[in-house]
Design a protein around this ligand. Structure first.
Ligand code: GLY
Length: 370
């Protein structure tokens, strides 16, 4: 009978600042007072049980002292909490506390917190602003920057989510001093990933300064935080929605995410990514891109960083092969992998194509070798 064209072209500016420093809570409060969260006057501080007493409560108290309405929404720490159920629990608690569209969410924590809170923010009241206050090396290196928000499902990690950019990201390096060593090592896996895919000089820097970084010494940690950010945001600025280039940030994650799920999250994200980086380096060598020496150099650095470099014996290799098919890079039922051309470089396979098809047989061979 009739046809109408609904014109809805949008020009969106989702730019935001990343601030790296020490003890940034006063800076956060000052930024809010200066309009960072727009008209929001009620703040939902989302955090986990580990971070609550250390940093989330101080954020809450600082907000209240400044006269803002604010509440804490706390869930059990750990990747196992990154679920639709936890998201619903936070949403229900916010609804019960009267939060409406004029609120802002502040994620205070590591990658699980920033991924989950950012996803809540993307759908709460059809979208409210959020701010990331990252308190782990892993969140600083990867999760808090780039706007990927998601929850895990029983099938695999990060399958349900949104691209949703924060208003600002704070990387508070003081928080690294209160992290357990295992968490620092886990964050180093994403750091080593960045070096492997983009910057050989950074890789050499990590080889030279690794022990100082693991002891959380000031200068090398500042360099790590800054270089991680630069490498990540350069990729995200070119391909926010992962239509090509952003796939390179998946290096080590095709196998890593599969291991994380099959291990039932016994391994931390970075630990699983470390094994994934080694497995995918073996694949790059198998495909003729990396040399034995380069694979050994990568494996040695990951091992020195206190990270696992072999698949634990009790992980069923066939279950892993099956799990690879839950990866978001799979096209037409075919496995696709990001491949390193060298330490500090990713192989390009054509115009904006950064992953290549790999047969199940080859993937199985690599996983069985490791
Ligand atoms: N963590 C991978 C990405 O942000 O694309």
């Amino acid at each position: 009978m009739a046809k109408f064209q609904v014109e809805l072209k949008r020009v969106v500016d989702d730019s935001y600042e990343i601030e790296i420093g020490y003890g940034l809570i006063p800076v956060l409060i000052n930024d809010i007072a200066n309009g960072l969260a727009g008209k929001a006057h009620k703040f939902a501080v989302v955090t986990d049980t580990n971070v609550e007493p250390l940093y989330a409560r101080p954020v809450l108290e600082a907000l209240r002292e400044k006269g803002y309405q604010a509440d804490l929404f706390v869930f059990e720490a750990g990747e196992k909490s990154k679920t639709r159920e936890t998201k619903a629990m936070i949403e229900d608690a916010m609804l019960a506390a009267g939060y409406q569209r004029d609120c802002c969410i502040i994620a205070v924590g590591g990658g699980v917190v920033t991924d989950l809170a950012g996803f809540v923010a993307g759908t709460y009241g059809r979208g409210v602003p959020f701010i990331n206050y990252a308190t782990t090396v892993l969140a600083a290196a990867d999760a808090s920057v780039g706007g990927k928000t998601a929850v895990d499902t029983p099938l695999a990690t990060n399958l349900i989510g949104l691209f949703n950019q924060p208003e600002k990201v704070y990387l508070d390096l003081d928080t690294w001093k209160t992290l357990p060593q295992r968490e620092i090592c886990s964050g180093m896996a994403e750091t080593i990933k960045h070096a492997c895919m983009a910057d050989e000089a950074f890789f050499s820097y990590l080889e030279e300064h690794l022990e100082e970084i693991l002891r959380v010494e000031k200068m090398p940690c500042e360099h790590v935080a800054e270089r991680n950010c630069q490498i990540k945001y350069h990729v995200v600025m070119q391909d926010e929605r992962e239509s090509g280039l952003r796939e390179i940030l998946n290096l080590g994650h095709t196998v890593g995410r599969a291991i994380e799920t099959v291990s039932d999250y016994r391994l931390l994200h970075g630990e699983a990514v470390s094994i994934g980086l080694v497995a995918e380096a073996h694949l790059s060598r198998h495909l003729g891109f990396l040399s034995d020496e380069e694979v050994e150099r990568m494996t040695a650095l990951l091992r020195r960083a206190g990270l696992p470099v072999r698949i634990p014996d009790d992980i069923d290799r066939e279950a892993l092969v099956k799990k690879l098919y839950t990866d978001k890079k799979v096209r037409d039922g075919k496995l696709r992998f990001v491949v390193q051309s060298r330490i500090g470089g990713i192989q390009c396979f054509g115009n904006n194509i950064y992953a290549t098809e790999v047969s199940e047989e080859t993937a199985r061979h690599i996983l069985k070798e490791l």
